[in-house]
Design a protein around this ligand. Structure first.
Ligand code: PGA
Length: 248
């Protein structure tokens, strides 16, 4: 049985004081449910969130990590540093990182393996851009991202991964994929995962949809068979909106 998992992605928003104010309000509004939840925040907010959420079931995630243990990599953050703070999750391969920061399927693979080896759950993002969808290449693009991003990962580890399907044309645009479009791709993702890891493992892997998820559309998206959760950008910045999405 896959447990629904709804994660927020704050991107480059919120100072420490803003994160603290959010967390205190969110903690009050949050009702303990069967839905797993986490906030993926900027590095500078992580310790604040871990501290405030320590006696709750609300998880904390980072939005990126370096794949090396440590070393001369100015500006980077290691898995050990995230572990030390008490981070539970880390987004890998978000389309904004692929687009603006030269993230490739190869670095996604290295980061994913490093996180798994250190007990942090990777949220691996895949998704096509508008041009690719219009050219009829959406599935091909997503399949390549999955196969290359998840190469040489054991079945035992694969079960722990979260895959987030985020069509680039639906991110921050207010343009959501229809629930049917999202389901069609998430079903395809599960087929590819089945081919890589076998049915038993693929059946356990949580697949999120992301792209303009908000309280008004969360229910219909979450009702789809192969969609087990959501990765929420803009609507995760306001405690009440995010709670309403978790309460779908
Ligand atoms: P959005 O972002 O919900 O603001 O569209 C989603 C994401 O980029 O993870």
């Amino acid at each position: 049985m896959r447990i629904p998992f709804i994660a927020g992605n704050w991107k480059m928003f919120k100072t420490r004081a803003e994160a603290q104010a959010f967390a205190e309000e969110f903690k009050q509004l949050y009702k303990d449910t069967d839905v797993k939840t986490a906030i993926c925040a900027p590095y500078t907010d992580l310790a604040t969130l871990v501290e405030i959420f320590k006696d709750t079931k609300i998880g904390v995630g980072a939005q990126n990590v370096h794949f090396e243990e440590e070393g001369a990599f100015t500006g980077e953050i290691s898995v050990g540093m995230l572990q030390d703070i008490g981070v539970d999750y880390c987004i890998v391969g978000h389309s904004e990182r692929r687009q603006y920061f030269a993230e490739t399927d190869e670095t996604v693979n290295k980061k994913t393996k490093k996180l798994l080896a250190n007990d942090i759950v990777p949220i691996v993002c895949v998704g096509e851009c508008l041009e690719e969808r219009e050219a009829g290449k959406a599935k091909e693009v997503v399949e390549t991202q999955l196969r290359n991003g998840l190469v040489a990962i054991s079945n035992e580890d694969a079960i722990k991964i979260v895959v987030a399907y985020e069509p680039v044309w639906a991110i921050g645009t207010g343009k959501t994929a229809t629930p049917e479009q999202a389901e069609e791709m998430c079903e395809f993702i599960r087929d590819v995962l089945t081919d890589i890891f076998g049915e038993d493992v693929a059946d356990e892997i949580v697949i999120q949809y992301g792209g303009s998820v908000k309280p008004a559309n969360a229910t219909e998206i979450m009702n789809m068979t192969n969609i087990d959760g959501a990765l929420v950008g803009g609507a995760s910045l306001k405690p009440q909106d995010f709670v309403n999405i978790i309460d779908f």
